[in-house]
Design a protein around this ligand. Structure first.
Ligand SMILES: C[S@@+](CC[C@H](N)C(=O)[O-])C[C@H]1O[C@@H](n2cnc3c(N)ncnc32)[C@H](O)[C@@H]1O
Length: 226
């Protein structure tokens, strides 16, 4: 079967996954990430979970159609805690809010294991997710950005080290940015700047204090050479 096409944000997540044995895709919905990784030979088996029956049935149908029924186990469950004995060495938690992803990680203590990689793609509040990861003792190994049909996404690979820490607000909001930014990272940061500008103007119109948003905009301006 040909390798299926993925939306760019999931392709970026797939790029963050080194060859692994078993994938756990939490909140799988359609199952495309697992199908892609099985087709490309990057993983040998997958556990697909969802909290809702509809998405899980969709994943089951897609996995069957792709010919991977025997390589996939489906679980109707909330979060990742039920997979403690699954042997998965990479967990993908993608396409959900940053706070929900953080909550799923917090409720699955077996993920605090340096042999497990987490690949995370928050749709919102990445700062809450990074803060939670650092607080629990995870390190962020790599981040990739993706632009797809006019929307901008960040994808994060993290691993447990046991060293709990905090980070400056700028790093929590935008990640640790290298000296050279990819085109996708620049697009992403411009998009974040536009959102922050809208938010700060709204706060100021209501007579509130937007110094946090203004400070973040000033930080982005230095990065983006505005
Ligand atoms: C927007 S879809 C994302 C699907 C896929 N991961 C992706 O990135 O394209 C979010 C999925 O997560 C599931 N979900 C939401 N909360 C969950 C939880 N606590 N545990 C497992 N699945 C959850 C939803 O039912 C839905 O199918």
């Amino acid at each position: 079967m040909p390798i299926p096409q993925l939306p760019k944000r999931l392709l970026a997540c797939a790029l963050l996954i080194d060859k692994a044995d078993v994938l756990a895709d939490i909140g799988t919905d359609h199952g495309y990430l697992a199908i892609y990784l099985l087709s490309s030979g990057k993983i040998s088996r997958a556990h697909l979970t969802d909290i809702n029956e509809g998405p899980l049935s969709r994943a089951e149908a897609n996995v069957g159609e792709a010919g991977f029924k025997d390589l996939c186990e489906l679980h109707l469950t909330d979060g990742a805690a039920a997979l403690a004995e699954s042997g998965a060495d990479v967990y993908a938690i993608c396409g959900m809010g940053g706070e929900l992803i953080a909550d799923i990680i917090s409720r699955a203590p077996h993920l605090r294991d340096g042999s497990i990689a987490l690949v995370l793609q928050p749709m919102s509040r990445p700062e809450a997710l990074r803060a939670c990861l650092f607080d629990l003792g995870f390190e962020i190994e790599r981040e990739l950005h993706a632009t797809d049909t006019g929307r901008h996404y960040v994808c994060i690979r993290a691993r447990y080290t046991g060293k709990c820490h905090t980070a400056p607000l700028e790093e929590l909001c935008f990640g640790k940015l290298g000296a050279e930014l990819s085109c996708e990272a620049v697009d992403y940061l411009h998009d974040r700047r536009r959102s922050l500008l809208r938010a700060s103007e709204g706060i100021e119109r209501g007579g509130g204090d937007a110094s946090r948003e203004r400070g973040l905009i000033a930080y982005l301006d230095t990065l983006l050479d505005k």
